[in-house]
Write a protein that binds this ligand. Structure first.
Ligand SMILES: *Cc1c(COP(=O)(O)O)cnc(C)c1O
Length: 418
């Protein structure tokens, strides 16, 4: 009878930097009927999604639509559509995802210049600008919220400098959109990539992107049309030498699919689009500003609780990412053993980290639907209990009390998302 076991995932409290918990409304949206991809009902949903994305991404750009694939598919689509062999790309790297930008740009054939800073820090914008003068890149590619180290890079000055020097600014805002301010237009970001499974709080599987005319003009120079879609025999695809190397990630073709022409590229991921549509609706109903305040408050309560327990935080406090909290693992304890016990006994998942920080820090995410008062209080209680079980000395009872104090002090009491 157990040969074809039914799918029965446990109800978890997910306190990681993604994937995070999802509002039941999003799950319901995903179970609604499939529509054909050229059905006017479906194309209306596509258009409406673009509109909602412009809102959430704080942009007047015409182009704002999802790439089908996880967040890195959006990064790959933007970079491979812009980069031609030998183009100079500057990557200021302050964690794992800066290395990802570097790798993708290299694979696209760019001459990549990397500047690095210590993990746990971010760049002084002046340092980046100085490097831009030295290298004169075509593109600066940078992460906004680096989830691996829990830091957030200020972008405004870098954006202004890029615009002044006619350099394209490409930003990985996968972790930050929907949880803190990301001002695409105001900060002069030319192309921005985000993801669904972080603060947008939709399952993994899409990468919303937006870009402006500066980017579009390059796409149009490199544009080609799939042979089987060419309308007349006389049409000749020019510029084959500059053609974008990837078919799946060719933004010049994908944007035609998202335009009134609906020139077919891939088949849009129907149920994922429903999820994104509903997820964006939830964000706009809550209000971006309110949502950002909620993320801030829950972070504040978590931080207060962790410190009151006697634990210390990793990284420079001045540039802390408001939806990821990094905790130094006490020397006497095995970090993975604590995480396993949190999951097995309390059904709460927290994260470890990558590369040089593996085994050094725990990362607690407070993103999207997971950023709730009840989750913060439960995580603090569970962490305390598990640490005591591991013979770590903590200030018993203090963590939850400190978090409750933060909630009491805040003017508006935040309940679970209503
Ligand atoms: C999670 C994350 C990614 C990669 O996301 P995938 O959806 O796993 O491809 C990229 N950049 C940042 C900053 C992230 O936090």
């Amino acid at each position: 009878m157990t040969r074809f076991k039914e799918l029965q995932p446990s109800q978890r409290t997910i306190m990681t930097p993604g994937p995070v918990e999802v509002d039941p409304r999003v799950l319901r949206a995903m179970s609604t009927s499939i529509l054909g991809q050229f059905d006017h009902e479906f194309t209306s949903i596509m258009n409406e999604t673009m509109d909602r994305l412009r809102n959430v991404l704080q942009t007047d750009n015409h182009w704002a639509y999802p790439i089908d694939g996880t967040s890195r598919s959006g990064i790959e689509a933007v970079l491979c559509s812009l980069i031609e062999e030998g183009d100079k790309v500057l990557v200021p790297c302050f964690g794992r995802f800066g290395h990802l930008l570097t790798e993708i740009a290299e694979r696209c054939g760019a001459e990549v210049h990397v500047i690095e800073c210590e993990w746990g820090e971010v760049f002084d914008p002046e340092q980046v600008i100085k490097e831009m003068h030295r290298i004169e890149p075509k593109i600066v590619a940078i992460v906004h919220g680096e989830t691996s180290t829990g830091r957030m890079q200020p972008l405004k000055e870098i954006g202004y400098a890029c615009r002044e020097m006619n350099v394209l600014l490409v930003v990985d805002a996968v972790a930050t959109v929907g949880g803190t301010d990301v001002k695409t237009d105001e900060w002069c970001i030319d192309a921005l990539i985000t993801g669904t499974q972080k603060c947008i709080s939709v399952p993994a599987g899409m990468a919303p992107i937006t870009y402006n005319e500066r980017v579009e003009s390059i796409l149009l120079e490199r544009k080609s049309i799939e042979k089987g879609l060419v309308p007349s025999k006389d049409f000749i695809n020019r510029k084959q030498d500059r053609r974008i190397r990837s078919n799946y990630f060719d933004l010049s073709q994908i944007q035609d699919y998202w335009s009134p022409a609906r020139l077919n590229h891939h088949t849009e991921a129907t149920s994922m689009l429903y999820a994104l549509y509903e997820g964006l609706r939830i964000i706009l109903e809550e209000g971006l500003e309110q949502r950002i305040l909620r993320h801030k408050l829950n972070q504040k309560a978590l931080v207060a609780g962790v410190k009151a327990m006697g634990l210390s935080l990793f990284g420079n406090d001045q540039c802390k990412l408001p939806m990821v909290t990094c905790i130094n693992i006490p020397h006497e304890v095995n970090g993975d053993s604590v995480r396993s016990m949190m999951l097995d006994e309390f059904s709460i998942e927290i994260a470890s980290s990558f590369g040089p920080l593996h085994g050094q820090i725990w990362r607690i995410g407070t993103m999207g639907y997971s950023s709730q008062k009840k989750n913060i209080l439960q995580t603090l209680s569970a962490l305390e209990a598990v640490l005591i079980r591991h013979q770590v000395k903590v200030y018993t009872g203090e963590g939850v009390q400190a978090a409750l104090d933060v909630y009491n002090e805040s003017h508006k009491p935040f309940e679970a998302i209503s």
